[in-house]
Ligand binder design. Structure first.
Ligand code: TRP
Length: 335
């Protein structure tokens, strides 16, 4: 890893199939960052244990996320691609950071309150300290930039609080990390039903997964909400129509988008035709990614090699940080 490059870290929990929203919101950003920055991308399997104690599918899901990272274009020669549980120093830094995070601030975390409401029978300490584990992931490589969506902003703010608290108490070890996005505005990937964005947990039938087969994609787009079309030229698009145009913007040729916009403005649009075009362009976009994911997911020995190499690279950087952390705290008794 080159010395003068700024450090980037991000992670994805292996708790469900990744979809178009993850692709444009996260993965496309990661790919752009891999040349310019010293990148660590990991699969947050330990985080998934806070809400998914059943591990029967864990390995399959971890390898699934890894395969997606690779299929989308992350190059394991350029970045460190690893699995959180395989970086053993994580446990040690998590422990130290737990000593300086307070019950009150952890209980106030929005994601904690939400998850506690969803799983009232499993409000475990790991769930409460979820932000401490995430701070550990970031601080262990002294990352400056964290490409994540808005929903993770509070966790990042807490990471900065823990970093500052540590530095104040024991001496300067950690820089303050910030969310990072190449686009000024986060790209929105709307769902197909006119309500909210694509999401595994809240909007599954309106979501296109990177592993969806062609027919599934066509079916979902065919079912997308439309109406009988504008009755006057230059009308305002209803939300659900605007969403279809946004999706087209992401996967169709610019000419096609222009043409359908013109048809809309002339009140001469046929949504059935537009959806057919969108479906075909979506299939063209997703199919090669899906095929690559499948090929890579089938090559277990390759994935094992990637995971081992990634852990080695990540471990080198983590060990350096922990050396300074132990020294700063004063728990290095043997020199
Ligand atoms: N909490 C993140 C999410 O749910 C996943 C995650 C874990 C993460 N550790 C991280 C993201 C470190 C960025 C950096 O999406």
């Amino acid at each position: 890893m080159e010395k003068n490059k700024k450090v980037v870290l991000s992670g994805i929990r292996p708790t469900g199939d990744l979809h178009l929203g993850n692709y444009f919101g996260a993965l496309a950003n990661y790919i752009k960052m891999q040349d310019e920055y010293n990148c660590y991308f990991m699969v947050a399997d330990l985080h998934s244990l806070t809400t998914h104690p059943d591990t029967a599918e864990l390995k399959k899901n971890v390898f699934g996320v890894l395969a997606i990272y690779l299929a989308c274009g992350l190059d394991p020669q350029k970045v460190s691609l690893y699995c959180q549980s395989q970086l053993r120093q994580t446990g040690e830094l998590y422990l130290y950071l737990n000593m300086m995070s307070y019950k009150g601030e952890l209980e106030k975390t929005v994601t904690f309150k939400e998850k506690a409401r969803q799983h009232p029978d499993n409000i475990n300490a790991g769930l409460l300290t979820y932000p401490v584990l995430m701070a550990t992931d970031i601080l262990i490589h002294r990352a400056l930039y964290v490409p994540v969506g808005k929903d993770q902003e509070q966790h990042l703010e807490m990471t900065r609080t823990f970093a500052n608290r540590f530095n104040h108490r024991y001496g300067e070890v950690f820089p303050a990390p910030y969310a990072f996005n190449f686009n000024k505005e986060l790209i929105k990937v709307p769902g197909l039903n006119g309500e909210g964005k694509m999401s595994k947990s809240t909007n599954e039938s309106a979501t296109i997964f990177l592993t969806d087969e062609d027919e599934a994609i066509r079916k979902k787009i065919k079912k997308a909400k439309t109406d009988s079309g504008p009755t006057e030229p230059n009308s305002i698009k209803p939300d659900y129509i605007e969403n279809l145009f946004q999706l087209m913007n992401l996967v169709s040729a610019p000419n096609a988008v222009i043409a359908y916009n013109e048809k809309f403005n002339n009140a001469a649009i046929r949504y059935g035709e537009m959806k057919e075009q969108l479906a075909e362009d979506m299939v063209q976009f997703v199919a090669p990614i899906r095929q690559k994911i499948k090929d890579i997911a089938n090559d277990e020995s390759y994935l094992i090699r990637v995971i081992k190499d990634g852990a080695e690279k990540a471990s080198e950087s983590a060990e350096k940080t922990l050396g300074e952390v132990r020294r700063a705290i004063g728990v290095n008794y043997t020199g």
